[in-house]
Structures are given as C-alpha cells and as structure tokens.
Design a binder for this molecule. Sequence first.
Ligand code: F6R
Length: 603
Amino acid sequence: MCGIVGFSGHSDAIHPIIEGLSRLEYRGYDSAGISYQVEGELKILKKEGKLENLKKLIEEIEPSSCIGIGHTRWATHGKVNDLNAHPHANDEFSIVHNGIIENANELREHLKKENFEFKSETDSECFLNLLTLEYKKCSEVKQAILNTFKQVKGNSAFVIIHKSSHLIYAIKKSAPLVCGINENSHEVYVSSDPYALVGFTTQIFFPKDNILCVGDHTNKTHGISFYDIEGAPSKNYTVQEKQMDLNIVSKGRFDHFMHKEIYEQPSLIRHLYDKITEKENLEALYNFRGSDINFIHIIGCGTAYHAGLLIKNFLEKNNRMRVNCEFASEFRYRNPLLKRTEAGLFISQSGETADTLACQELCKDFGLKTVSIVNVEGSTLFRECDANFLIHAGVEIGVASTKAFTQQVLVGYILTCALSEKIDLEEIKQEITSLAQGVEDILSREEEIMAIAREIYQKKGFIFTGRGEQFPIALEGALKLKEIAYVHAEGYASGELKHGPIALFDENMVNIAIVTPDLYDKTISNAQEVKARKGVMVLLGEKDNKELEEISDYYFGIDFAATDQLKPLLSNVFMQLLSYHIAKLKGTDIDKPRNLAKSVTVE
Ligand code: F6R
C-alpha cells in the first residue's frame, strides 16, 4: 500500500524521487521520507503527514545526491510518526518497504539476541537489521540481500541502497515493483508503480517474484541486471511494450483527479465494447458457456463489491445463473461451501487488495475456476486468476473510485450479454453508446448538481436509498460521500427505511432517493414517508416527472429511456458529482481523503 521510488544516475536524485512520490501519494500518505548518499554516508529525511511536510524539509536542507530512495507510507505496523516513517537506515544500508513481514516478531527476537537495537515499531526495520547481520557474515551486498529475503515471510517489496555503492537493489514477492532505465541519460529507476516513472524512463521492466533487480547506471548496455534467488542471472521479467502518456500524470483543467476521472467516463465507455468483444475474450466466455459451472461467487471490497452486486443482477437476469456476491473480508473467514462446479469472479481496480486475493487463493485451493474483472494488468490478481477481463479504465489516481466502478459494471454487463444466447450484441453496443451520451448529458448539468450540493452540504446526515437495480447505487453513493466529505452517510434499500432508519429523519437529515420506473409506486411511497417526517428530499428519477418534482425539495431528472439495464450507471454519475461538490464545499482533501489509501494490501 506504500509507494516506493528509487533513483541512481549521474545527476540529481532528489527531484525525480519527490516527483515520483507525489504521483504515488495515492498509495498512502501517513508519512514520507527519502534517503540519499553523500560521500559514503547515508542521510535520511522523513516526516509524518503528507508529502508536503517532507518537501518543506527538503527546501530547507537542499540535499544533493545522485542516488537515493523514497517512500510514502500507509501505516501497518507502528504508529504514524517520524520514527516509523521510511526509509529505515543504519551505518551500512537504507531500505524502503511495501508490504508486511509476517514473521517480524520472531525475527525481532532473534535480532535482539544478536544485539541489534530497534529504533522504530515497524516490521520493516527487521529487514534492515537482518540484512546488516547477513552482510556481516558474507561481506557481499547482493548475497546478503538474497539471504535476508529468503528469511522474511509475507508479501513485500524492498528497495535497498548501500553507503558506498552506486547500485540500487530491489526485490519483491506478491507486491508491485517495476524498474526502468533512461537510455539517453543513463539513469536507473525503481518504483511500486510505473506511473511514478512516466516521463523519466525510456524502458520499464516488470520483475517476477523473488527476482533481484540490480540497477547500475554506469553499465550502458544493461542498466538493470536480474538474478534469481540463488544469485544466478535470470530473464524472469517482462518488458512494458507501450510507453505511458505524460498526460496521465496531470490534472489538466480540473482541480482534482477525481473530477478529471469522472469526466473521462464517456470516452472510456465508448471504447470498452470493442475491447471486451475481442476474439480472445469471447473465446474464454464461450468455453465457460460450454462448462458445467452452475454457481458463481462474486467477491470484492468497497466499490468493487458494489459493482459485483450489479453484476449479480445481470447474471441472474440475463443468464439465469445462481450467484452469491460477498465482501471479500467476510467470505474468506466464514468457511464457505465451495464446489468444483462453481466459479469465483473477483472484482478489483488495483488487483492488489489483500482480502480479495485471499479469497481467490481459497477458491483456487478448492478447485474452482477463478476469473477477474480488473484494471491493473499484471497485478497479483491478474496473474493468479485462470482468466481475466480488463476494464481498460487507465490509471485511477483519485482514491475514491469512480471511472473504475463504471467500467467494472460495464465489463460485467457486456460479458453476461455475450454469454446469453438470447441477447443481440449489436443492441448492447447501441445501449452502451446511449449510456455514454447519457453520462455526457449529466456532466453537462454539473451546475445543477453543484446547486443541490450547496443547499444540503451542511446537513447532519445523508441516507441514500434505491430499490432493485438501484440499491447498489444507494450503497455506492453513500460510500463515496462518506469517504471524501467525512460526513455520515448510509445506503439503504428504500423498503427498509421504515424498519429502523426512518427514526433518524428530521429537517437536518437528507434522503437522496433514486426513484426509477421499476417499482415506481412503492418507491415513491417510501419517499413520501420520509417527507412526512420533515426529511430533506433529493429525488433522482425519470426526467419531466411532475410528481417527483412536487414531492421533492430538490429534483434531478434523468433520461433513462435508452439505457435499459445500465440505468444504475447514470444515477451513479449524479452521485459521483454530488459527493465531489459536497466534499469541495467542505474543503476536504478530495483526492487523498484522510485515513485511506488507494490499494488496501493489508487484511
Ligand atoms: C472506494 C474505494 C474502495 C475500493 C476497495 C477495493 O471509493 O475505492 O472501496 O473500491 O478498497 O479496491 P480494489 O478495487 O482495488 O480491489
């Protein structure tokens, strides 16, 4: 969940490291730090809080070096403070770590007996001390790193520099790590995400697990060498074929990445159909149709789980399949009944969410086919599943997921339609075009949504409601609002209000109710019940509906007609913009909300 950047070259290391870290802050922002080498000594600067704090320190100290490593932290072991911030260093080595060392307590006891003192509460410092111990034994950095790495348990990536070497070392197991070179300026880089290196590198490499990468900027033919865990040269890595576009690292005309990403949706929606119906994808689907699979477990966390709820509806409706959709953190611990004639469908933007990965492993152990709907190609989930359907959302920087949700749902929809023998895919293509237009229409009415936000943002609480296909959007709308605006928000099935939550309503409580033509009469009665209790009513429903306009305090009409099963995605764009504007009025840090991180690699 943390972000790592390392650099070694002939010129300044500090700028590319800080720039890389600023792009990786979405991975964690509890603290940030850098370590660099000056005349055979390792220096360290680290600060609790966002990268801004570290930047101020750097401005004061003006460090200068040609080799260094940096880190943004999302705390797992140990409090959020300067001491626990990375890098961790001693007289010999500096290290940064992303992941968890599962046998940290055991290693710590062993190292204490060897007279090592611990300055921090982190598991990462065990790696540093163990490495120092191994180095004392063999006096060889590469061998010491391999010996150390073999002894740590769990999923982690480490980047290491030594006080008197220009080499940079990186190794990982089931954690993201890339390295890159700039063939023109002869610089070497490492990072937890290729996104951090856009514009700096000319070639990017993805090492496999347990492969040690050694970056040497003085080696003009092989800036980076790869070794297996026994130290023998290895070719166990892949090379990134396409360079990422520099535009992706900028917010463009928007104040926040979240806002930019909301606006990317129409174009992403338009391009998805052709990608999903590529021959290879359809073949994987048709194999599935011919198989004896009779039950699907859909698993995800947070927003990805909400996408799963919608996909469950599609599978039931279009394919008459039996489906269970569950939070990964629940599924994995409740000893579920799993059979070989079932399949696991895992939904994830990052492909690195620890609970989702654990469920995939569980299903695999029981002999189930595992399939992902995922954004990050090459992520752990992508590598582990039998089949993968990419959502082609591009990099999502805003911590609150927006475009990834839309693409996840849409991929699920296209797949279920392609699986059904009764659905004409050409009609689906048309529906997707209408969806893109519908989203554009809502975006063009952003002022109206801003005006609603202005009226309600100071209210005490927000209950989002919907029925049937709109119920997952009520959940998603509430999640989005609470995570970026820090207000209390809950998603409820409309029919459930009278079983408890209606007690909350007074003139300070807002009901954001989705009332679409399905079960219209029932849903409108629920809205009236709230109105009778003086609740503030924001109604989202079919356009030009006089009744909705009259009942509501604020009404937003949408033309749902051309979208059939994709109506929830239209309502959701309204929810995205509403949350965004409420958060903006409240002045929160929208792209990096407190206490959160983009990919949750802890359990
Ligand atoms: C909410 C949000 C989270 C993620 C969840 C799963 O806006 O982003 O709820 O959806 O942490 O993450 P992925 O999709 O990466 O598995």
